[in-house]
Design a protein around this ligand. Sequence first.
Ligand code: NAD
Length: 493
Amino acid sequence: MLADEVLVAGQWRQGRGAPIKTIDPATGQVIATVHAASLDDVEEAVTAAAHAAHDPAWRELPAHLRARLLHRIADFVERDADRLSALQTADTGKCRTETRALVLSAAGTFRYTAAALETAEDAITPSRGPYVTMSVHEPIGVVGAITPWNSPIASDAQKLAPALAAGNAVVLKPAEWTPLVALALGRLVHQALTEAALPTALLSVLPGRGSVIGDAIVRHPAVGKITFTGGTNTGRTLAHAAADKLIPVSLELGGKSPTIVFDDADLEQALAGVMYGVFSSSGQSCIAGSRLFVARSRYEEFVGELVARTEKLRVGPGTDPDTQVAPLVHHKHRDSVAAYVDLAREEGATVRCGGAAPEGDSYRDGAYYLPTVLDGLPNSARVCQEEIFGPVLVALPFDDEDDLVAQANDSVYGLACGLWTRDHAKAWRVARRIDAGTVWINTYKQFSISTPFGGLKDSGIGTEKGRDLIRGYQRQKSLYWGTGTAPLPWAAN
Ligand code: NAD
C-alpha cells in the first residue's frame, strides 16, 4: 500500500519530503510508505492556515455552528470506528479493544468540546466608572499540534477539537512511526469542512521528522501556540523555541508513576490495578504505573503473587481478541526496552519474570517483549528514575508513610499515581502529598474527558480536558465601552 498523500493547505497530495516506511510491529511488514511533508509544505500549510483562520466564513462563524462542525467530525469518526481501530492496531500494534476505545474516546472528545463551546461564556465584569467592562476570548490564529506514537487518534483529537472550537486553524504533525491514523482523521475533518463550505486549509496534517518538520512548525513566525504531547527532552526543546517567540506552549510529557499498595489494601483489587496500570498498552503509556511501592510487611506475598499472575498474561498480536500484551510499536523501541532491562541487570536487579522477548515462531518477526517485573534495586537506580515506556515494572518496599512519600516524590516526573488502601483518611492524606497531576485511589488508568489532565514537574505544563479545555487555545481581551456623556475630565475646559 502506498499512502502517498498528505494534507497540505486543504489539498491531498504527495508530500515533497522523504518517504517514511510504516510497519506493522506484529509482523515487521511494511504497511505503507508515506511521502512525508517537506519544509516547503510546512511553509505552504502555515501560510494557508493563517489565511483560513482570518477568513470571515470561519472567524465569524457563531459558536453553535462551530459546535455543529465538531459533532459532524464525531459522526464520521463513529461511523468509521472499525476501520480506524484496525488501522491503528496495524500501525501501533495495540490490541483492537484498546484502539476501538481510543477511537470512540476521540469521537467523545469532539462531542464534549462541542458542548463546552456552546456553553462557554464571556464575562461582563464589575465596572468602576461610566463604562461597561467585558472580558472576551478570541482565537490565537494558527496552532501547531505535535503528537506522539502511543495513542495517536486520542492525542490528535485532544488538541484538534479544542483548537478548532476556539476558532483557530491547526497544523498537525503526527509521529514518524505512526502517521496513518492522523491522516485518516484528517480525511474526516477535511470532509466535514468541505460539507460545511468552510476553508479546508483550517487543517493540515504533515508527517515527517520531528527535528525537521516539527521544528519548522514550531519556529514558523505565523504559528501562535504550540500544543505538544511527547517526551520530556523534546518538550524542553519546544519550550525554548516558544520562549524565543514569546508564544504559549502546553506540554504533556513523560512519567515514572508510582503505584502504592498499603498493608491494608484489598489485594485482589490492587493486583488487578497494578498489572493493568503497567502492562496494558504494553507499558507504552505516559501514565504507566511503572514504579511499584509495597508495604514491607506484605511485600513478598504481594510481589510473589504479582509475578505468578504476570507470567500468565497472554502475549500476542493486537488483532487476537485474547491478547493482553501486544507487541511494542517498533522493533527499535523493543530494543530500547530490552537495553533498559540489561541495564537493570548490570545495576544488580533481580529479574522476577520476563526480561526477554517471548520464544516461538509466532513471535519471531514481531516487536514483542515479555511483561517484566524487577526488584532488588534502590529508588535511585536508573531504571527506577528513567521512563522505559515498555512492559517493565520495578518493585520496591517501603517502611512507613513518610518513607513512602519521600521515595515516591523522589523523581523528576509528576504525572500520575495510584494507591490502594481501605483507610479513607490515609488515602486522602497521601493523595494530597504525592507530586502528581492525577491520583487514582483504589483504581488506575481511568479517564474522563470532563476531568482536567496534566503533569507536574518534568511531566508537563498546562492541562488538557475539562470544561475549560478551549481556553488554552484562545487569547483573552478586555473591552471598556464608555456609557457617559461628559468628556473625560483631563481635557475639560
Ligand atoms: P517524542 O518526544 O520523541 O516525539 C513526540 C513528537 O514530537 C513526534 O511527533 C516527534 O516527531 C516530534 N518531535 C521530535 N523532536 C522534535 C523537535 N525537535 N521539534 C518538534 N517536534 C519534534 O516522543 P515519542 O517517543 O513519540 O512518545 C513517547 C513519549 O510521549 C513518552 O515520553 C510519553 O510519556 C510521552 N507521552 C505523554 C503523554 C501525556 O499526556 N503526558 C501522553 C502520551 C505520551
